[in-house]
Design a binder for this molecule. Structure first.
Ligand code: ADP
Ligand code: MG
Length: 361
């Protein structure tokens, strides 16, 4: 993974690495996080991704020290901080509800933490100026949060987090209250800010697009367990399990039993995956599909098909229209085939070329 920290601009906030070592958290019968081991490189933008209830917030709260671990260790900058209070871990936090103080001005909200820590007035003003400039809040410093748009409020919350120049910033779904356009803008801003300042970011989201567009590393969780930790591109190109394959990508990867295809009827122990965008029309191709509906998306079309009793989505160029009811034949590049063990769910790259060749024979 590349560290995109420019030493020239990474000031006191320069990131520290985080390591979770066999971390678990249980409440009675509920296992929120189970034996999680993850390395978060210094200065990286790491996204904790997964469906609702998979343990993302619990994991973040354990890193922050707001939540105790049931077992395992948490290391920050190589030091065991498992028993350390939140205030001694060198981190800042931004939550979904920005929790700005409504009766304080933007400026007062941003410097609140510095004031509590009795930072000298001159230093406070200096830092406020810098943060306000960085976030484009200069003209809004005297306003109250109620006089700001959602995006501006979000920026104030960010300002409050980064002004302390902590080596680590933790965010839990900070953009989920914003509309789609603003979310997109804030994603770009946040990412740029993190790269500029060089702190380590741990960012919780259930939105795979958010995770893969912003992160250096995505930690994909499922039912409290680690599913896969990898850079976005690797997650997309080499998902480690059917769950990862299905969770990343819109629309999701087509997954089907190998014996659904006549060429592979002797291989029932495997699950195959093909992304909708990996398919093309190919007369005589290895996959016979029947088109059910066609969605026009502008840049391309999405054909909802049936392949051997299984729903199967195919993304095709608008220059090759297909119509509902049509029987089509599809091909794909052998390297675009994903093979998973039907029992363990494990990825079987050793079989990809063999299966690809069978399908193309
Ligand atoms: P996510 O952030 O991925 O949506 P959470 O970490 O909030 O998931 O929750 C993971 C699991 O732990 C859920 O089943 C949730 O109900 C449970 N959980 C979280 N906090 C508590 C708590 N304080 N007491 C009991 N169960 C909890
Ligand atoms: Mg959560």
């Amino acid at each position: 993974m590349t560290r995109r920290v420019n030493p020239a601009v990474s000031g006191p906030a320069a990131g520290k690495p985080i390591r979770l070592e066999g971390v678990s958290r249980t409440w009675g019968e509920t296992v929120a996080v189970e034996n999680l081991t993850v390395d978060i490189p210094a200065g990286s933008f790491t996204a904790l991704l997964g469906p609702s209830g998979c343990g993302k917030s619990t994991t973040l709260r354990m890193i922050s020290g707001l939540e105790d671990v049931s077992s395992g260790r948490i290391l920050i900058g190589g030091e065991d901080v498992t028993g350390r209070p939140s205030s001694k871990r060198g981190l800042s936090m931004v939550f979904q509800s920005y929790a700005l103080f409504p009766h304080l001005s933007v400026a007062e909200n941003i410097v609140f933490g510095l004031k509590v820590r009795r930072t000298a007035r001159a230093e406070r003003d200096e830092k406020l100026k810098r943060v306000a400039q960085l976030l484009g809040l200069g003209r809004l410093l005297d306003r109250k949060p109620g006089q700001l748009s959602g995006g501006q409020q979000q920026r104030v919350a960010l300002g409050r987090a980064i002004i302390g120049e902590k080596p680590i910033c933790l965010m839990d779904e900070p953009l989920s209250n914003l509309d789609a356009k603003l979310r997109h803008e804030m994603r770009i801003e946040l990412r740029a800010l993190q790269q500029k300042l060089g702190f380590t970011m741990v960012y919780v989201t259930h939105d795979q697009v958010e995770a893969i567009t912003m992160a250096d590393q995505v930690v994909l969780m499922n039912k409290g367990r680690l599913e896969q930790a990898a850079p976005p591109r690797e997650l997309y190109e080499k998902p480690a399990s059917p769950f990862a394959a299905h969770f990343i990508g819109t629309p999701p990867m087509n997954l089907f039993p190998a014996n659904a295809l006549k060429h592979l009827c002797s291989a029932p122990d495997f699950k195959l995956g093909l992304r909708p965008e990996a398919m093309h029309l190919q007369p005589g191709g290895p996959i016979s599909a029947s088109v059910r509906t066609v969605e026009y998306l502008g840049a391309d079309i999405l054909a909802d098909c049936i392949v051997a009793d299984t729903a199967f989505q195919v993304r095709l160029p608008t220059s090759r229209p297909v119509t509902p009811g049509q029987a089509i034949e599809l091909g794909f590049a052998p390297e675009d085939l994903h093979v998973f063990d039907a029992d363990t769910g494990g990825r079987r790259d050793d079989l990809t070329s063999q299966f690809g060749a069978l399908l193309h024979s």
